[in-house]
Design a binder for this molecule. Structure first.
Ligand SMILES: [Zn+2]
Length: 316
């Protein structure tokens, strides 16, 4: 739907996190200060959020589906995902990847790899630190079709996040407050505390990346109404019960692999306050499709307001 005269189109940034555990965010009560930058910003962290799957391949298609976890598992045919829907409805869509791809989700929408515009200092051995996602955003936004931009923008940033087992490679040298770090892929051979240190440093780095994303979004306010939603694809076992990594069958996977962080930033103090009042309500990946579609003003018969976390806080 085209914006009303005089109003700014929505700019929705969806940051798809990787392997981040909800209980390792200090915003959610973790004792270590893993969110030093976000804690200084007006963000809302939802504390009880459950992933759709325990692996990237299982979670991503489900996250971008309107079906929800149970419906997705029981589906008998393919369906339009959130990106296809957004593009068909009119807004500009862009997937920016800093990982191994989008699991087929972005086949029909514009996509770029973060490495294309990343400074060399952020990249080594074919991988880039996640700040690569923030480089060149102005140019990328300007390059999207103007007629689509006028109706809204959906930017998806696909993080490397806390991808294991090489957690120590997910934070830069100047962003490692917790020492010593496990620097082995054989996690069982490291001290559990050292594994946790390397992992927590990756969360601190995600905190820096998200604060940078919010800083960029703030600067787009002259032309857009920005919103950021960050949510991880699944969690991770870090030695609890002798388990490491993720991907256990959903029914038997421990909470550590399914409890994910979800952080929202909006420049509206009123909206932030309204969302903050709901931060302890149980949410899941089932809410993602409906929240993004709702915020972009996309009308579809698949939309369900009860799964739109923004719905109770939308101005009438
Ligand atoms: Zn993943």
């Amino acid at each position: 739907m085209p914006p009303a005269a005089g109003s700014r189109p929505p700019l929705f940034m969806l940051v798809v996190g990787e392997t981040a555990r909800g209980d390792r965010f200090s915003l959610n009560g973790y004792a270590r200060p893993t969110n030093p930058r976000l804690a200084a910003l007006d963000v809302v962290s939802f504390r009880d959020v459950t992933a759709c799957g325990t692996s990237t391949a299982a979670s991503l298609p489900c996250m971008f589906s309107h079906l929800g976890r149970e419906g997705f598992a029981a589906r008998t045919q393919d369906h339009e995902n959130l990106l296809d829907l957004a593009q068909r409805a009119g807004p500009a869509v862009l997937w920016i990847d800093n990982q191994s791809g989008c699991k087929g989700l972005c086949e029909r929408v514009p996509k770029v790899h973060a490495a294309e515009r990343a400074p060399a200092a952020l990249c080594s051995d074919g991988e880039c630190l996640d700040e690569a996602l923030l480089h060149g955003l102005d140019a990328r936004l300007a390059a999207l079709p103007a007629d689509r931009r006028a109706r809204g923008v959906l930017l998806v940033l696909h993080q490397m996040g806390s991808h294991g087992p090489a957690y120590w490679r997910r934070s830069p040298p100047d962003g490692k407050p917790f020492q010593p770090e496990c620097e082995s892929n054989a996690l069982q051979q490291c001290d559990v505390q050292a594994v946790g240190n390397a992992y927590d440093n990756s969360i601190v780095y995600t905190d820096r990346v998200l604060a940078g994303a919010i800083d960029w979004l703030r600067r787009q306010r002259t032309a857009f109404e920005p919103t950021m939603l960050y949510v991880s694809d699944h969690g991770e076992s870090l030695g609890e019960k002798g388990l490491y990594l993720h991907g256990l069958p959903y029914g038997v996977a421990p909470r550590e692999q399914k409890h994910v962080p979800l952080v929202v930033w909006t420049p509206s103090a009123q909206r932030t306050q309204c969302l903050a009042a709901q931060r302890d309500q149980p949410l899941s990946h089932d809410h993602l499709f409906h929240s993004v579609a709702g915020d972009l003003g996309i009308r579809t018969s698949e939309y369900r307001a009860e799964l739109d976390l923004f719905a109770p806080c939308r101005a009438p």
